[in-house]
Design a protein around this ligand. Structure first.
Ligand code: ATP
Ligand code: MG
Length: 445
């Protein structure tokens, strides 16, 4: 009740404060032709049908910063059903708040109807549970998270509408929450993760008042559905600025909100540098417009947990391969339950791990079998990362590098002259034998 009342009072207060500013082209310098073909088309058709329509959110912010927008979102006063009628290739999605995905060629434009000032339902902590009221442009601006995300660009007039000094905040490179930050985090705790991600990605400072309640509210994230948190974690990993985002998470004291983030945060237990290497590698690939595999990145992020368990099992006498299976089985519950990792990623990640011990065997037919595995390339790249950390000998990496590209005859020769077994396989067999005879001796005593 109190949270609801507070929200109403604070909303009214900030509603009064919201004063519209119109920024002309000679101030913002965004040309309509900087929009994607799809965004322009969607807005034009909505205008022709008599509706208001603007590009909003990250795209306007990124264009002002001279960055290429990741996607274009459109806000309109047309209801989802009205939007749906105007575009043949469109569908309504979203449970909490319905939005329309409009497909134009290969692009998807997210079209949202202006949100109203009232939220339909909140829980006892102020969390928005349902949110289906539509409203005016001004009300919509108030419901957005940061001032920099509440700019509305009209490509026909080439003006930007700014209700919350978002333009000035972008110029000053600072992230400022609209309204009362604490109440806004209570409404939707994921906004805290967005603060870390956007400030990391944009190189913005987080305004003091916006940052202050985060440490106290961080525990609210634990009540969010794992799949939604995982989605945000993915956005952090694939922002192209993963390391900067993680630094922001750390400085905003957003610790222990998701086990995956704990594994990522510098200084976390068992977190050696494979995580940093993988993130650096991912950031570079993304900036060079190359593809990155989610399964691969996850395999690296969670590797410190697996490797310590793998080493334990090997020390207990299991063969390298069996030890890896045991280590993966031990972590399985964490990954499949509470973490929200979709199966399509966890399958790849497990395969990459499972193939690691097989690089130790360079005799017989095993190397050929490993080479024919669908996930060989990813597993090999992963071994290269491990080698950079000294977990694997450079000689082993060089051998596999040559082996991949060698002729049949050369491969046969390489196998003949390769060491019998790397890693702990033979050693652990000997250890097991010794342990067996020890236990026999103890029994005898
Ligand atoms: P990105 O560069 O990652 O796309 P973005 O700001 O565009 O950043 P989106 O998730 O695409 O992020 O969201 C589009 C817009 O919707 C945001 O700019 C913001 O105005 C609004 N928005 C998104 N999530 C929230 C939220 N949790 N609370 C309030 N407003 C939000
Ligand atoms: Mg966006």
């Amino acid at each position: 009740m109190l949270a609801k009342w507070l929200h109403k009072v604070l909303s009214k207060k900030s509603a009064k404060a919201a004063k519209k500013r119109e920024l002309p082209f000679n101030q913002h310098h965004i040309h309509a032709d900087e929009l994607s073909f799809a965004a322009e088309k969607v807005i034009k058709r909505l205008h022709n049908a008599g509706y208001q329509a603007f590009v909003v959110g990250g795209a306007v912010r990124d264009l002002l910063l001279g960055m290429t927008p990741k996607d274009f979102d459109v806000a309109t006063d047309a209801t989802p059903e009205q939007v749906r009628k105007l575009f043949r290739r469109s569908r309504i999605i979203g449970r909490r708040f319905p939005i329309v995905h409009v497909m134009v060629g290969p692009e998807t434009i997210e079209v949202t109807t202006f949100r109203g000032g009232e939220v339909s339902s909140q829980n006892e902590l102020g969390r928005i549970m349902k949110d289906a009221s539509y409203g005016t442009l001004e009300q919509d601006a108030m419901r957005r998270d940061f001032t920099a995300n509440a700019l509305y660009y009209d490509p026909e007039e080439e003006v930007i509408l700014d209700f919350h000094h978002g333009y000035d905040d972008i110029v000053q490179r600072r992230l400022v929450m609209i309204g009362d930050p604490q109440a806004r985090y209570q409404e939707d705790p994921v906004r805290m993760l967005r603060a870390a991600r956007l400030s990391g990605k944009l190189g913005f400072s987080v305004d003091k008042k916006t940052a202050k309640p985060i440490a106290e509210c961080a525990n609210l994230l634990q009540r969010e559905p794992p799949a939604r948190l995982f989605d945000e974690v993915l956005k952090i990993l694939f922002s192209g600025h993963a390391q900067a985002c993680l630094r922001q998470l750390n400085s905003l004291q957003l610790n222990h909100v998701h086990p995956l983030l704990d594994a990522l945060l510098p200084g976390a237990e068992g977190n050696d540098n494979i995580v940093a290497l993988a993130l650096h590698n991912t950031d570079e690939r993304l900036r060079a417009d190359k593809s990155v595999s989610m399964g691969f990145v996850l395999a690296a992020v969670l590797w410190p947990r697996i490797v310590s368990s793998w080493n334990r099992e090997k020390a207990a006498g299991l063969r390298s391969n069996a030890a890896m299976n045991a280590a993966i089985a031990a972590e399985r519950d964490h990954l499949d339950k509470g973490w929200g990792v979709p199966q399509r990623y966890s399958v790849v990640m497990r395969e990459i791990w499972m193939l690691q011990p097989l690089f130790e065997i360079r005799r017989g037919s095993r190397p050929f079998r490993l080479l024919s595995q669908q996930r060989f390339r990813a597993a090999f790249d992963f071994m290269c990362l491990r080698a950079q950390l000294g977990e694997v000998d450079a000689e082993v990496v060089a051998w596999w590098q040559t082996f991949q590209h060698a002729s049949e005859d050369e491969r046969a020769q390489m196998i003949k002259t390769a060491p019998v077994q790397d890693g702990s396989g033979t050693k652990s067999r000997n250890r097991r034998r010794r342990r067996r005879s020890n236990s026999v001796r103890q029994d005898e005593a």
